[in-house]
Write a protein that binds this ligand. Structure first.
Ligand code: S3P
Length: 428
């Protein structure tokens, strides 16, 4: 069998400091580059996605320095950004591409953005259409839907948008363009997506008003540099919340994890499934709440997951599916068609991977139906280049009878570069 073999374990114990939040790291780098003055970002995620954002900033003329997970960005205002002399490569990162397009829509020069095979097949019209309506000119494959995308930015007009999907990347791209437009720009979402952009822009001194699912921004604002301390990523912690719940014995402590309510759907669902999870010492820093999370083994039962909670746990569905495969009874996930346009089509790739490991799972048009069992056999599964699948299959391996060989485990580097050494450590 090929790939990295992950052996079954029966107990574990330890403290795991998960790396910095991916969404917040992207925004700290980008807003630091747009701001006037030096922004110090601590606990920056060194995953490939966030490094792509830093590289794009350098190509736009923003200078920064990095030592470990500390990054100092010397912003001279977004007006000082220069036309890059080559394609901006966003790698695997949808957040880099969509937020950069929004930030650059008001710049009077031409940029071409591209990325890897996966990113070049992800829908971009969801951001290029609103940016074009505001005044940017954008061309791309399939009528502007797929990268490579070339944009000529310029004068923008504020607009009122009703977005068809709850997506923080769409909302953020529009707000960043709105910041440079004439007048007011507003975004109404069908359900609330993660609100890190709104929170961090306020920290950088921008007037952003929000009420429930409506956000408004005035054009013409500028950003003042800030210190940003990035909390641990709850999407990375999710793998250990599931492992710690389903392992035979032990306890895991996860200090300093971001618990922004637009991201804590995973905690609510695991607790509804019967998980023994406790939040200790909740504190707010740099506009983002964080807590120490303690998890102990528990018997999990199946649940229904649908509606407005979906955007609050969208990235955790692959690992939740692993949890559901070992829970008592049936779990149904609906209203999650967005999974089809992630790094892979995560409805079909989760079904493919979990079935290969011996789970009973069915594909639904907008989600999954998982029949819980008392054990998972294990076997071989591929990440298919998708970081969250790589880690979900590794956790499944630790919880299986025979272990799992994960093909392309290296995909985990996109959001969790040390993942393998961390699991080796906690599993002894
Ligand atoms: C992100 C938003 C979400 C999420 C992605 C990160 C962000 O995507 O899945 O991993 O940082 O804004 P969508 O905006 O497409 O829902």
């Amino acid at each position: 069998m090929g790939g990295v073999y992950i052996k079954p374990i029966t107990k574990l114990r330890g403290e795991i400091r998960v790396p910095g939040d991916k969404s917040i790291s992207h925004r700290a780098a980008l807003f630091g580059g747009m701001a006037h003055g030096e922004t110090h970002v601590s606990n920056f995620l060194l995953g490939q996605d966030c490094l792509s954002t830093l590289r794009c900033l350098k190509q736009l003329g923003v200078s920064w320095e990095r030592q470990g997970t500390d990054v100092w960005i010397r912003g001279e205002g977004i007006e000082a950004w220069k036309e890059p002399d080559d394609v901006l490569d966003a790698g695997n990162s949808g957040t880099t591409m969509r937020l950069m397009l929004g930030a650059l829509a008001g710049s009077p020069f031409t940029v071409t953005m591209s990325g890897d095979h996966s990113l070049r097949s992800r829908p971009m019209r969801r951001v290029t259409d609103p940016l074009k309506m505001m005044g940017a000119q954008i061309m791309g494959r399939k009528d502007g839907n797929f990268a490579p995308l070339t944009m000529q930015g310029g004068q923008l007009e504020g607009r009122v948008f009703n977005t068809p999907v709850a997506s923080a990347q769409i909302k953020s791209a529009i707000l960043l363009a709105g910041l440079r437009a004439h007048g007011e720009t507003s975004v109404q979402e069908p359900a609330l997506s993660r609100d890190h952009t709104e929170r961090m822009l306020r920290g950088f001194g921008v007037d952003v008003r929000s009420h429930k699912t409506l956000v408004k921004i005035q054009g013409g604002g500028s950003l003042k540099s800030q210190a940003v301390s990035v909390p641990g990523d709850i999407s990375s912690a999710a793998f250990f919340l599931v492992l710690g719940s389903l392992v035979g014995q032990g306890e895991i402590i996860l200090p300093h994890v971001g618990v922004n309510p637009t991201r804590t759907g995973i905690l609510e669902v695991l607790m509804a499934m019967g998980a023994d999870i406790e939040l200790i010492n909740i504190q707010e820093l740099c506009g983002e709440p964080r807590a120490t999370i303690r998890v102990r083994p528990a018997k999990l039962k199946g649940v229904e997951i649908a509606g407005d909670i979906i955007p609050r746990l969208i990235d955790e569905i692959p690992i939740l599916a692993v949890a559901a495969s070992l829970a008592e009874g049936e779990t149904v996930i609906r209203d999650a068609a967005e999974l089809r346009v992630k790094e892979t089509d995560r409805i079909s790739t989760v079904v493919q991977g979990l079935s290969a490991l011996g789970a009973k799972v069915e594909e639904l048009p907008d989600g999954l139906r998982i029949y819980g069992q008392t054990s998972l056999n294990g076997g071989q599964a591929s990440s298919l280049g998708d970081h969250r699948l790589a880690m979900a299959w590794a956790i499944a391996g630790m919880l299986s009878k025979e272990g799992v060989s994960v093909e392309d485990m290296a995909a985990a580097d996109v959001s969790y570069p040390d993942f393998l050494s961390v699991i080796e450590k906690v599993a002894g």
